[in-house]
Design a protein around this ligand. Structure first.
Ligand code: SF4
Length: 458
């Protein structure tokens, strides 16, 4: 029997999906990317954006029509608001949160699906299903985190280090969909990283909604984030393996120089910092409930530049947040110029169901939001181009990630995650490091040529 999973949302959902796929495979189901072949159809959903929710409803409507002709089982999991969970229960056969994943084989049995479960059951004990999302804790999440994921890439992996968020930014629904922050044990995380390094993975991203508050929910029993990074750094030294470790996303409130100094010490900790700005105006930051000021952010950026002078700096920005005035937007524009980001993910504000700000007037007109977005993108193109030009003539290591859209070219990224393409028709380079001499630059990417034979993955 074949199963099909549609993955919506962020990297965290992708990591969840990789564990869901492992459990299904261990149940004897075979994965397919062809929806019409599958008898088990599921969605790893994202309640954070209305568009994603609309896709869930449209897909389940289609699948339920198919049920008139054939026997199908449908499921939904992922990032789901409690209100949506109730509505989904009427439409899907199974609705489960990630901490209930290990009970899924039992629930399948209730549908009379015969699968070779024995091997799986020996490996993971199904916990009793919690009834409320806020009961998620280390005890209910531990079995989920123990599932070995079916990684979608042979060289790049996302390793969850925590689930949930305690920050309650007013524009965000994550604390309601994923519950409060729960840190995975460092022993589990380091075992997963070690296994990936042993398999030759060259890019590892530690994932969480708020990675630098890692361990704070288990005071005294767990490492802090900087210590966790230190352990990954030591693992790199011990094995002598060559890989780049990234983390996303940190929150400016919990970022500290310990993290930056640890990154500076170990070559396997990539020199790239993603520091969400969201707004460059103190008043808007208060309304967003970000709990830090622009002064605090400014001093963090100064620390990044001092401790990690070669690091690239990425950010997230929302324009047209409810009530944002021209003057407040202007402060964000100035901040973008001041911090000279290499990359910024800029979004026009839209109310997210379940978030506090969804109750406020979405009062910045669509054309004003669009204009603000374009103004920031124009500026970002300039700061990105200035940085890319500074690399011209230099030879830098690049991790090759895929065939480029331009025929006869491969593409990859620098340690700082700047995209580079180069002429090559050797697919065996994908997943390995090469040295490239940078020859031309445009905003957001560079073109280079091979400077030396590939250095391999370890
Ligand atoms: S830190 Fe804020 S934006 Fe990030 S997940 Fe938590 S509530 Fe959402």
């Amino acid at each position: 029997m074949k199963y099909y999973v549609m993955n919506l949302g962020c990297q965290m959902n992708q990591a969840d999906s990789e564990r869901i796929q492992s459990v299904f495979s261990q149940m004897g189901l075979e994965r397919t990317d062809v929806e019409s072949e599958a008898k088990v159809l599921g969605i790893v959903a994202c309640s954070v954006r209305q568009k994603a929710i609309d896709r869930v409803y449209s897909k389940i409507h289609e699948w339920n029509l198919r049920k008139n002709e054939e026997n199908l089982i449908t499921f939904v999991s992922g990032c789901i608001l409690p209100a949506d969970e109730e509505k989904f229960s009427d439409r899907f056969d199974l609705v489960f949160s990630i901490d209930e994943l290990t009970s899924v084989p039992d629930r399948f049995r209730q549908y009379g699906v015969v699968t070779p479960l024995a091997q799986f059951e020996g490996e993971v004990q199904a916990p009793p299903a919690p009834t409320a999302r806020d009961r998620l804790g280390i005890s209910s999440l531990a079995p989920f985190w123990k599932v070995t994921p079916t990684y979608s890439s042979p060289f790049e992996a996302f390793v969850p280090i925590q689930n949930g968020c305690d920050k309650f930014c007013s524009f965000c629904a994550v604390p309601y969909t994923r519950g409060r922050e729960v840190s995975r044990t460092s022993a589990d995380i380091l075992a997963e990283v070690q296994a990936l390094v042993d398999k030759g993975y060259t890019s590892i991203t530690l994932l969480g909604q708020n990675v630098n508050s890692y361990g704070l929910d288990r005071k005294g029993d767990e490492l802090r984030f900087a210590q966790l990074l230190e352990e990954v750094g030591k693992l790199g030294e011990r094995t002598g393996a060559r890989f780049w470790t990234y983390f996303t996303s940190p929150h400016p409130r919990d970022m500290n120089t310990d993290v930056l100094e640890t990154m500076a010490r170990y070559p396997v900790l990539a020199k790239q910092v993603h520091l969400p700005l969201q707004s460059g105006d103190d008043h808007v930051l208060i309304r967003m409930n970000r709990n830090h000021s622009m002064d605090r952010y400014r001093s963090l950026v100064a620390d990044v530049r001092r401790v990690l002078p070669t690091a690239t700096l990425f950010t997230d920005i929302i324009v047209g947040f409810t009530g944002e005035t021209d003057e407040q937007f202007e402060n964000t524009r100035k901040a973008l110029g001041e911090f000279q980001y290499q990359m910024a993910y800029i979004a026009q504000y839209s109310p997210r169901p379940g978030a506090a700000s969804a109750r406020w007037d979405d009062d910045v007109p669509a054309d004003v939001k669009r204009g603000r977005l374009e103004a920031l993108n124009d500026l970002l193109r300039q700061t990105s181009l200035a940085y890319n030009r500074s690399l011209l003539g230099r030879t830098v290591p690049v991790l090759v990630t895929k065939a480029d859209r331009k025929s006869g070219y491969l593409s990859g990224h620098t340690e700082g995650k700047v995209t580079v393409r180069f002429p090559s028709d050797d697919p065996s380079l994908v997943g390995t490091f090469v040295n490239l001499t940078m020859e031309s630059a445009v905003p957001f990417s560079l073109e280079g040529r091979l400077a030396a034979p590939p250095t391999g993955t370890s």
